[in-house]
Design a protein around this ligand. Sequence first.
Ligand code: DX5
Ligand code: ZN
Length: 224
Amino acid sequence: MPIHRIAPSILSADFARLGEEVGKVIAAGADLIHFDVMDNHYVPNLTIGPLVCAAIKPYATVPIDVHLMVKPVDRIIPDFAKAGADIITFHPEASEHVDRTLGLIRDQGCQAGLVFNPATPLDHLDYVLDKVDMVLLMSVNPGFGGQAFIPAMLEKARAARARLDAYAERSGRRIALEIDGGVKVDNIGPMAAAGVDTFVAGSAIFGEPDYRTVIERMRAQIAA
Ligand code: DX5
Ligand code: ZN
């Protein structure tokens, strides 16, 4: 049985009170803090960088899961490692040399992950699995919170799970499978059944007054 983790995306938090929001959502049961970095180049939106990561670090008593939607990606990686990132994921389209970028993240002492846009094939995993700690499937096109889950991503999650299970069998190493975009209480159950173990949710959590209740309801659906 995989360990299921809920990773609230602070993209939908109140940015004027970010430290407090991070503390509150961890007290409500968050397992990771998902940190969305957008550059207005790789994706059409602009968010937060290493300075903000360092600023929330004292409040983050769980790992910070940095999702880089930036191009080029390599030169910002050491800054995020210094800022306290625990996991760093990036899109293969944003890297000239995917194997090198994965190595760079791990050399900085962080876990490394590859992110797949809805139309990006899983074949990018071929030949690099030994350097991957997490696979992140986008279930919306990246750039904004609050979009609708793309149903075809359930089939992709099953395909990813099969690859990762086959890899675990031959290597003895488990790679996490995360999903990001449109995750809600009423659709998280099928994602868990498809083999996802780590769930990013932004608007579904921060859009409600009581974070604990949403996270508990999500966990109940995962266990059902
Ligand atoms: C989108 C981001 C997501 C976003 C998810 O590009 O990567 O992490 O915050 O937001 P919701 O959960 O509202 O779809
Ligand atoms: Zn994200």
